[in-house]
Design a protein around this ligand. Structure first.
Ligand SMILES: [Zn+2]
Length: 346
């Protein structure tokens, strides 16, 4: 039911009538000063360009990404992480309809496709880096390994602790991917990785290509103005490791960035957005000012600036996926700005 509603809403947002409604709403200049929308991108690429990587993390093709940036320059003000930190510290005010652009995982296509589009338009962006991956071609994200195993493993059946899976069609492989990724995310991180190793060996699965930027490229991007920020070292879901391990991942990631880049802001993104009250307290103890989840919504910065730091350690974001056409992004932002204004009145 929810899926059908979502599909209908997406279709409605792509109609020409919706387009003219959105343009009219733009003229109403909706939104409160200090309302910040944070966009989450992962990869910007064509799925067929690197067919051995999990395509579900492609947020947009390079062409659509450029169109989304053109929209943002018309209807919003794209701000930098430094500006958001200043506003959160109460030293500056953000205007209405602000957007912060973030990328998770520091994938190679950021330098190849996303940054050239951002740079051409003079737009700032923040890249969250899992710092154990640069310059380690032997390390691969589990979702890419799972994809390589199911699509390129050469076996038509998989049996493991999570169940028996038929891999004879694309549909069956998608079902298996969904079940196995849910299973992996629900397990302690180390145990999940060990089981993935075991399954991959049994399936004679090829390794996916390494897809994280090198430190040399990251340093170059930082010099050109990209904000680099911590995203743990090995990218575990922090709710699937114990608190001390989570602390090591967080502080180690920050220390890696300091060593390699020279300076780093007190900013973090939770892998998969996963967090809880104990993790938020730990983030505060480690000196972080801002941390980003994947919970959908707008952030009203004046309220966050005057509230407790914990609230700034669970910032909302809006995920951009392959279904986020330019018009869908436009509709999502207008809806959030309208909601923010309504909420401000009550
Ligand atoms: Zn991530």
């Amino acid at each position: 039911m929810l899926k059908t509603l979502r599909r209908t809403a997406l279709r409605a947002a792509n109609t020409s009538l919706a387009g003219s409604v959105l343009r009219t709403l733009d003229q109403a200049r909706l939104g409160r000063a200090g309302d910040l929308a944070v966009l989450t991108y992962h990869r910007v690429d064509e799925p067929e360009a690197r067919s051995r990587l999990y395509p579900g993390l492609i947020s947009a093709s390079p062409e659509r990404f450029g169109q989304q940036l053109d929209l943002l320059t018309q209807i919003a003000q794209v701000v930098s992480m430094q500006e958001v930190l200043e506003a959160c510290a109460g030293r500056a005010m953000l205007p209405a309809r602000c957007v912060l652009i973030t990328f998770d995982d520091a994938c190679c296509d950021f330098a190849r496709h996303a940054w050239p589009e951002l740079k051409r338009r003079g737009l700032p962006a923040t890249l969250f880096v899992p710092t154990a991956y640069p310059d380690r071609p032997d390390r691969h994200f589990w979702w890419d390994r799972l994809y390589a195993m199911l699509w390129h493993g050469g076996r038509d059946r998989l049996q493991c602790e999570a169940g028996r899976f038929d891999l004879t069609s694309d549909r069956q492989r998608k079902l298996a991917y969904r079940s196995l990724s849910d299973w992996i995310k629900a397990m302690p991180h180390d145990a999940a990785l060990r089981l993935l190793d075991q399954m991959a060996a049994e399936q004679a699965a090829p390794l996916p290509p390494h897809n994280v930027l090198s430190w040399q490229t990251l340093r170059q991007l930082a010099q050109e103005g990209v904000t680099l920020a911590a995203h743990t070292q090995t990218h575990p879901l922090l709710t699937r490791v114990d608190l001390e391990e989570a602390r090591r991942e967080v502080s180690g990631s920050q220390a890696d960035l300091q060593r390699e880049i020279g300076q780093v802001l007190p900013v973090f993104a939770y892998p998969g957005g996963q967090h809880n009250a104990a993790l938020v307290r730990m983030m505060r103890e480690e000196g972080f000012e801002l941390a980003f989840t994947v919970r959908r919504g707008i952030n009203h910065i004046p309220a966050l600036a005057s509230g407790s730091r914990e609230r700034r350690l669970t910032m909302n974001r809006i995920n951009i996926g392959q279904q986020t056409s330019v018009q869908v992004l436009h509709a999502q932002l207008i809806a959030l700005w309208c909601h923010g204004r309504t909420r401000g009145r009550v």
